[in-house]
Write a protein that binds this ligand. Structure first.
Ligand code: FEO
Length: 401
């Protein structure tokens, strides 16, 4: 998408698509790329909301230049969030428009200095402050820790657009269209959940505070910093964010296992089959050695039950399972139905670690926790069936509440 895209009279998308970066934050896979959304409001004053990752500065500046009439310049840059996927082109933008004033909050100013050595031409705006542009205006709403301490959102009362920064945004580049009525919404929802579960979810309490605060605004369009712009149904993505940040699951369960020689895998499949036999649908089974952590976390966030099984590796949890378990949000897991199983050769270890972790973080664990030595016997597999059955019963009882 080479041209700026008009999202309302005087308001344009000037973002970029990134199909090159393998992993967001050097961690999270981007098989379908990612967009860095930035916006321009062209009025008596010209304001730009956010920039893009530094490698895309030129494309961003070219797009923006098409909107700036001859003899005029960008008057304001709103820095809603300082993570470099959005702030990376600030220096380049400032070189192009040296008189431009940078609007952020006190915390933004500190980060601007630390990241880019920028201290001049920065104006700290207060929560709720409005900066007029002509027909349009910029009204600032502090939303700290969604995702960093300085994060804030900007509302344009004229067009009732909420520029929402990371909130409501997802992985996946924009292909064929910018708007929610132009994209595969199911796909976009999953990639938004994956972004939420991996990036924003640990600040769910702050997300809830932000949603509460923003509920007073009349919003017609949500324009996030990643993924589609919601013009047809902004309520849809707000509801999803509300569900996710309240840890509310959708029907289904996920079984996550680590297995070197197939014994724990056999247990995982037995637990999964018992879940299905007892009325749970869908049941997803993930092998930690094949599926990236980011998808494991997204699916754990999505479904109401999670069964974890690990082989023992050097008397401890299998390393990739350890990473997954360490990445699980305690507040989320306290609202999930949890089952544990594992295998070992001689020492035990995996199940012990899973149990200790569950106790430390107060996960509600269903009986029986199943551990086998070597290959599972028919009795062991029966215990796995019982575990699946018990998880299913608990999940269904919770759904009926
Ligand atoms: Fe899209 Fe927190 O950066």
């Amino acid at each position: 998408m080479e041209e700026p895209i008009r999202i309302a009279p005087g308001v344009f998308w000037v973002g970029v698509n990134d199909f090159r970066t393998e992993r967001f934050e050097a961690l999270w896979p981007l098989p379908e790329g990612i967009s860095y959304n930035a916006y321009a409001i062209v009025d008596e004053k010209i304001a730009v909301v956010d920039t893009v990752k530094d490698a895309f500065a030129e494309e961003y500046l070219e797009k923006l230049a098409r909107l700036v009439p001859p003899g005029r310049a960008v008057d304001y840059l709103v820095v809603q969030h300082m993570e470099p996927d959005h702030s990376g082109a600030i220096r380049a933008l400032r070189r192009r428009y040296p008189q431009m004033q940078i609007l952020g909050n006190a915390k933004t100013a500190e980060l601007l200095k630390n990241f880019y050595g920028i201290a001049e031409g920065v104006r700290a705006v207060a929560d709720g402050e409005t900066v007029p542009l002509g027909q349009h205006a910029l009204q600032f709403h502090a939303t700290p820790m969604v995702h960093w301490p300085e994060t804030m959102m900007t509302y344009d009362p004229a067009e009732r657009i909420l520029f929402s920064m990371d909130a409501f945004g997802g992985f996946g580049a924009l292909t064929g269209g910018l708007f929610d009525d132009q994209v595969d919404l199911a796909r976009a929802e999953y990639e938004t959940l994956r972004y939420f579960a991996n990036i924003v979810g640990r600040y769910s309490a702050r997300v809830q505070q932000a949603l509460q605060k923003l509920s007073k605004l009349e919003v017609r369009t949500i324009a996030p910093a990643h993924g589609p712009v919601y013009r047809r149904n902004p309520t849809y993505i707000v509801r999803k964010y509300d569900e996710w940040s309240r840890f509310q699951p959708q029907p289904g369960a996920v079984v996550v296992f680590a297995s070197m020689y197939g014994n724990t895998e056999k247990m995982a499949q037995t637990v999964a089959h018992a879940l299905g036999e007892n009325g749970i649908s869908p049941v997803l089974v993930h092998n930690v050695s094949r599926t990236h952590l980011s998808y494991l976390l997204a699916d754990t966030w999505r479904y109401g039950a999670v069964a974890l099984g690990s082989c023992t590796y050097n008397t401890r949890l299998f390393p990739l399972m350890e990473l997954y378990v360490r990445s699980l949000e305690p507040a989320l897991m306290q609202r999930r139905v949890v089952g544990l199983f594992g295998s070992c050769a001689w020492s035990g270890g995996a199940l012990k670690s899973l149990r200790e972790n569950a106790q430390n973080h107060r996960w509600p664990v269903e009986d029986p926790a199943v551990e086998v030595r070597g290959a599972p016997t028919p009795e062991d597999l029966q215990a796995c069936r019982t575990l699946g059955q018990n998880i299913a019963r608990k999940l269904m009882a919770q759904a009926a509440e």
